[in-house]
Design a protein. Structure first.
Length: 248
C-alpha cells in the first residue's frame, strides 16, 4: 500500500495543515482569513486531505459567512474561488499521475510554488476545460506497474475496509460519507477509481491486474459498509463482477 501524504496522525497531520496554509496563502496568494479560508472553515476543511479530495458538488456548494449589524448570512463562494479549488484538485491529480499514481505528500506540497501552479493553470487547465483528457489517471503502462506492485497492494490493503464510513442510504449523510470515502480512498492509493475520467488499463497488462485488485478491494469496501436497502441491492447487482466502480 502506498504510504502517502494523506496519513492523518500526529506530526503528519500538523504538516498536512501546514501544507494547506501554504497552498492557500503562498501558492494561491490568498490573504489570511480570505473568504476562501472562511468557506473551507465552514466545512471544517483544514488540511490537504480535505483540499485534494473535494468533489465537484462539494466545491459548487461552498458558502462563506457575511456579517451585518444584526445577522450572519451565508453567501455562495464566488466562481473565481471555486475555479481555484477545482484547479488545485486537478493539479493534485496530474502530479499523482506523474508519480506513477503516488499522491503528493505534505512535504511535497510545501515545495509547490505559485509559478509552478500558474504554469499548470495556463498550460493544462485550458485543455481540461475543452474536455481533453490530459490527466489519464488510469493510463498506467505495463512497463510502470509490476507484479510486485500488485502483490504489495494485495498484502497491504487487507484490513483497511473497516476504516470507511458506513452508509445507511440516508441522503443527509451522503455528502459526509462520500467525503470520508474519498479521503480514505486517497490514503489507500485508489482515489483514481472514484474519478469520472478514469480509463481502465488494457487487459493482459500488469496495470490491468493492479486495477482489478484495487477495484475488487473497492467493491469489498462497499459490500462491507453500505447498509441501506437500496444500496445493498446495487452492491448485489455487481457481486459476480466485484466491480467497485460500477457500485460507486
Amino acid at each position: 500500500m502506498v504510504d502517502c501524504c494523506l496519513s492523518m496522525s500526529g506530526a503528519t497531520r500538523n504538516q498536512s495543515a501546514e501544507a494547506f496554509k501554504h497552498v492557500l496563502e503562498e501558492v494561491l496568494h490568498l490573504p489570511e482569513n480570505s473568504i476562501m479560508h472562511q468557506a473551507l472553515a465552514q466545512n471544517d476543511y483544514d488540511d490537504m486531505v480535505d483540499l485534494v479530495t473535494l468533489a465537484e458538488e462539494d466545491i459548487d456548494g461552498m458558502e462563506y459567512p457575511v456579517s451585518t449589524a444584526d445577522t450572519i448570512s451565508m453567501e455562495s463562494l464566488p466562481t473565481k474561488y471555486k475555479k481555484l479549488l477545482t484547479h488545485v484538485v486537478w493539479f493534485s491529480n496530474e502530479r499523482m499521475v506523474a508519480r506513477n499514481n503516488v499522491p503528493l505528500r505534505a512535504d511535497d506540497w510545501l515545495k509547490v510554488t505559485a509559478a509552478e501552479f500558474t504554469y499548470f493553470c495556463m498550460q493544462t487547465v485550458p485543455l481540461l476545460n475543452k474536455g481533453v483528457n490530459v490527466i489519464p489517471s488510469a493510463n498506467i503502462g505495463a512497463s510502470v506497474v509490476t507484479q510486485s506492485d500488485v502483490s504489495d497492494f494485495n498484502k497491504g490493503i487487507k484490513k483497511d475496509a473497516r476504516k470507511y464510513k458506513t452508509f445507511n442510504g440516508s441522503y443527509k449523510d451522503w455528502f459526509h460519507c462520500k467525503r470520508n470515502w474519498r479521503t480514505e480512498a486517497a490514503s489507500d492509493g485508489i482515489k483514481h477509481l472514484l474519478e469520472a475520467q478514469y480509463m481502465i488499463p488494457s487487459p493482459g497488462t500488469q496495470a490491468y491486474n493492479l486495477y482489478e485488485a484495487q477495484n475488487t478491494y473497492l467493491y469489498n469496501v462497499f459490500n462491507r459498509n453500505i447498509t441501506g436497502q437500496q444500496g445493498q441491492i446495487i452492491v448485489r447487482n455487481h457481486e459476480s463482477s466485484l466491480d467497485g466502480r460500477q457500485v460507486y
